[in-house]
Write a protein that binds this ligand. Sequence first.
Ligand SMILES: Nc1ncnc2c1ncn2[C@@H]1O[C@H](COP(=O)(O)OP(=O)(O)O)[C@@H](O)[C@H]1O
Ligand SMILES: Cc1ncc(COP(=O)(O)O)c(N)n1
Length: 275
Amino acid sequence: MKTALTIAGSDSGGGAGVQADLKAFSALGVYGMSVITAVTAQNTVEVRSVQMLDISIIRDQIAAIFEDLPVDAVKIGMLGSAEIVKNVAEELNKYKPKQIILDPVMVSKGGHHLLLTDAIQSLKEKLLPVVTLVTPNIPEAECLTNTKIENIEDMYQACRNLKELGAKSVLLKGGHLEGDPNDLFFDGMQFTWLKGKRIHTKNVHGTGCTLSSAITAYIAKGYSLQEAVKAGKSYITKAIQYSINIGSGHGPTHHFFDIYEKAGLVEREENKGEL
Ligand SMILES: Nc1ncnc2c1ncn2[C@@H]1O[C@H](COP(=O)(O)OP(=O)(O)O)[C@@H](O)[C@H]1O
Ligand SMILES: Cc1ncc(COP(=O)(O)O)c(N)n1
């Protein structure tokens, strides 16, 4: 069986973070493991509080996994602080997993900061050069490149800038721009657009986590990077179409849409909870 590891924060509401990642790994038939960096008290409405874990337990979790278990691909999500970024980078440099996908999580959908400002520099210096693929949304890419991204030309330039910063490849997510959510994949040489159709729903909690962990699972299964980002885009589109209309804020994505669809267990949640 293929395996994947997520290094990320816990979301008590189950829609984002480690919980979303493990659901995506399982839905795609990949054995999931986790290193928890921080615990958030979170639901569909808000992040109430965050507790970052001690460096020693974070390093121990990584060592415990790599010293015993096979890891086909690693996904990194919320890291929280510069110290956590630095220590995770050191551990990854030690164990050298071949495939690392970095979702540079900075702010929650409700606007809560999940990465301290002084950690951004460490993320750029210590992690970007180590990863196979980085998957920023528009505000994250703006922050990493110190530029404004307002149109398609800016998206191309941001991908080139991220490569200059050391990223081997980039998936720049377009969900935060107006119009259809088209994502731009740059493999370091060539650009490919992953086109989407905007689904009008408020249930978009965990979309970034879901996409990056689906891509990680496909890579663990042996897909090429190009195939994995395409398959990941189809996965996130369905996960949003079938998103779950629970809670009074942004509801979560659905991971087991195939099984549910075949068994006639749920209606498509598309357009429910429309904004
Ligand atoms: N309303 C939507 N309908 C369809 N796809 C969406 C929608 N919102 C986001 N996406 C897609 O979901 C993925 C995550 O997008 P995005 O919202 O840009 O990042 P993040 O969740 O990290 O803020 C991207 O592939 C994006 O194109
Ligand atoms: C623990 C944790 N990690 C990540 C996110 C970002 O969520 P999204 O995928 O919606 O950007 C979150 N809200 N909480």
